[in-house]
Design a protein around this ligand. Structure first.
Ligand code: TXA
Ligand code: MG
Length: 327
């Protein structure tokens, strides 16, 4: 069912008919539906098993479509769009009155992004280029689970719930976009991503704030338990990793270890994956490795906590939620 590039016209026809089409982006694969069709949007929630009040990101072919979806667009949004779109940045703006409630979760804001993948852009142009249409697309996984970074992962996650999967190869970034709230004065990162606060701050002229306040918009990616493999995952300080691994092995467990360094000694009950010391590489591989570990039927995944540095913030965030979600 994985489709060759030439099937964009079929993908567009399916989307116009209210069907779901999964497509690649530079971050993770998205589960796409016509953002103007409430029936199609309902299908997304059913396929993912996602609670209906969680808002969806609308994907656009380029920033010239912003006015169709948002109002009171601040200058900062235009600057950031010019600097980073297409790219792994989602902007939360005040919604246009015409945006479906099912997209916004009933809030007065909408999440918008132009993804940087040639297939996604071709699909978005052919679907919405002329009439300003957009594609609602959450990550193409079951709710709470690890996001898919290949077409095969999408098939594993969603099976026949999706009418078509466009195969664009493995995603370049590997974890979800940075979400920046520009709807209420101070720019605020609601979900860290590989486009980091330093890059955003350089364009804004001041560093963005972090985290949601009490009445900030809901972000399902901000739930404590999210992005989780099926196998229990434990984060341990790098210095304690060898001890934690030995204790688990002595307790008779089969373990998978994700660390920057190769193992000191081997064990037939231990699968050790050396992830390297580069945050970009680590993010790129992370979800695929968690899926590989799940397939090995281990008792425990041990992950060495990443360095406390801005470049690692998004990876650390996903690992923390994976640990919370897999208990
Ligand atoms: O990289 C990505 O952003 C991927 C690709 C497919 O574009 N999409 C993605 O979508 O991660 P999803 O639905 O899995 O996560 C989007 C997050 C959700 O946590 C949702 O709550 C939040 O964006 N979101 C969407 N609209 C929002 C809004 N108006 N206010 C606050 N958060 C919003
Ligand atoms: Mg998601």
């Amino acid at each position: 069912m994985t489709a060759p590039v030439a099937d964009i016209p079929r993908a567009v026809a399916l989307l116009r008919a209210g069907e779901l089409v999964a497509f690649p982006t530079e971050t993770v694969y998205g589960l796409g539906a016509d953002a103007g069709n409430p029936g199609a949007i309902a299908r997304i929630f059913a396929a993912k098993g996602r609670p209906a009040d969680h808002p969806l990101i609308v994907h656009l072919p380029d920033a010239s479509h912003l006015e169709r979806w948002a109002v009171d667009i601040p200058e900062a949004a235009r600057k950031l769009a010019a600097a980073f779109w297409p790219g792994p940045l989602t902007l939360i703006l005040k919604r246009h009155a015409s945006v479906q409630d099912a997209i916004t979760g009933g809030q007065d804001t909408v999440g918008l992004r132009v993804p940087n993948h040639p297939l996604a852009l071709q699909l978005l142009r052919e679907f919405g280029g002329a009439n300003g249409g957009g594609l609602a697309a959450p990550s193409a996984n079951r709710f709470g689970h690890v996001s898919p970074t290949t077409a095969a992962h999408v098939r594993e996650e969603l099976g026949d719930a999706v009418a078509m999967i466009l195969d664009g190869g493995p995603c370049a970034v590997g974890i979800e976009s940075t979400i920046l709230d520009l709807s209420s004065g101070e720019p605020r990162i609601l979900r860290p991503g590989m486009l980091d606060a330093d890059a955003i701050g350089a364009v804004l002229g001041r560093p963005p704030a972090f985290g949601g306040e009490q009445n900030a918009p809901r972000v399902s990616g901000s739930l404590e338990a999210h992005y989780a493999p099926r196998t229990p995952l434990r984060l341990v300080a790098a210095a304690d990793l060898a001890t934690a691994a030995r204790q688990a092995l002595e307790a008779g467990q089969r373990i998978a270890v994700l660390a920057s360094e190769p193992p000191v000694s081997g064990d037939s009950n231990m699968i050790w994956s050396a992830a390297g010391t580069d945050a970009t590489r680590f993010a790129h591989d992370l979800y695929a490795r968690l899926r590989e570990f799940d397939a090995l039927d281990c008792d425990l995944i041990l992950v060495a906590a990443p360095p406390d540095a801005e470049a690692w913030r998004a990876v650390a965030d996903r690992l923390r939620r994976a640990a919370a979600g897999s208990k």
